[in-house]
Design a protein around this ligand. Sequence first.
Ligand SMILES: Cc1ncc(COP(=O)(O)O)c(C=O)c1O
Length: 494
Amino acid sequence: MRNIAAKVNIAQINWKPDKQSIVPMHKQIYDFIKSKIASGDWSIGNRLPTQVEMANAFKVNRSTVLEAYDELKTEGLIESKKSSGTIIVNNTWSVLASKTPPNWDKYIESGYQKPNLNVIKIINELNMDSKMIRLGAGELSPEMYPVQYMKSIYDHMLTDVHYMGYEEAKGLLPLREEVCKYLKPMGIDVNPNKVLIVSGVLQALHLISMGILRRGSTILTEQATYIQSLTLFESHGIHLTGVAMDGEGLVVDDLLRKVSMKKPELLYTIPSFQNPTGILMSDKRRSAILKLCEKERLPILEDDTYRELWLDEAPAAPIKAGDQDETVLYMGSISKSLSAGMRVGWIVGAERVIDRLADIKMQTDYGSSSISQWMCYEFLAKGYYQSFIQSLRGELKIKRDFTLKILEHYFSDIATWQKPAGGFYIWLTLNKEFQMYRLFESCYRQGVVINPGNIYDITSNKNIRISFSYASLEDIEQGLIILARMIKLNLNKH
Ligand SMILES: Cc1ncc(COP(=O)(O)O)c(C=O)c1O
């Protein structure tokens, strides 16, 4: 005989939710049922009235009862079965007493900032594993850090710096003055009011997306670019459109075409040792791009993060140096040439734009760390920065040349590349298309982390960004041998 569970008699429920209460109706119904189970009035196996019966008895919508039932189900107190209706399945004290935490998943999905690209999340995790060979990492290796200079600066700071409160909105004035002195020989002649200190260029990009760009607007970028690997512009509803590049940087004809087609609000460019391609924009190209943008009244956001890392000869002057009409917003950072963890960068431009960004920065974090700003000031003011970069260039050059030699040996039959004149990166173009994620995965299973090119250009299935800055010479060789093997293995699978 089928065992039909005893049903709670709706007619005997002598209770109704209070419509005047500030407690939502579904919560009152939920509390009532829970109290009935806790007191033992209703026991395991009892069948609850149907949602319609409850709704009629309590004079509420069915959806209100449904919400209460759903919460009880989430807590494991009741279950719905097609054959027997909604049954009480648990009355243990621990379940009744437990409070369900807020539904954080719902909150997490509601935030406007999109999560990082999955591959980037995996790369970030793998990069924290010291056993991995990091062939994609865009930072200096730990041995390269200017430890001696840092020690001397710490000592000075103990005696020289007596105050570390909130700084001015645009950042520590002595640092901004030093930044102006540092930029002058490059042809950028500005006063400290046109300089905003930021916690890295990444923060400058956030401030720009929040402060001066419209949702739905378009930014032109190099076809493969650092900012494609970020979700920050997408999160603000801003579209990115790639412009073709050749060996001298952005192709002017294509830029002109995209300007007419897309009506962009900004051109973002990395003219010196571009990330990820390593391309150095020629002087002529810089002038042509500035001229075009001035004519079109299109602001340029110039990211000069890699400028100091020239290995053969100094790059052409920044685009900003030729800017007479305040078309260019110029960004610099010490992340690649001194310390990524100090989180110091700057943005230079028209004063009203800098005022606007400074106001947003104050609302965001009330200024960058005083310690970092003072340290950066000391590095610049004492000439340590310039001395350090000089020796850094020597070390990086050895690493670049070594990497090129290894590539020549193991990759000539499977890929092509250009010798970068500076920066950290060599942009490999494989002879065949690949399933990039599969290649990435097979490499990290062998202990090598690579940055697949499609995180910088979604249309690319042939590129890998190799970085020679982080791994030791030994690791570079071993890592590249493994990568070449994985490419050949994956090739053979096709
Ligand atoms: C072109 C470019 N701009 C900016 C950044 C971020 O720099 P920061 O550490 O100053 O935020 C990077 C880091 O990889 C980069 O490659």
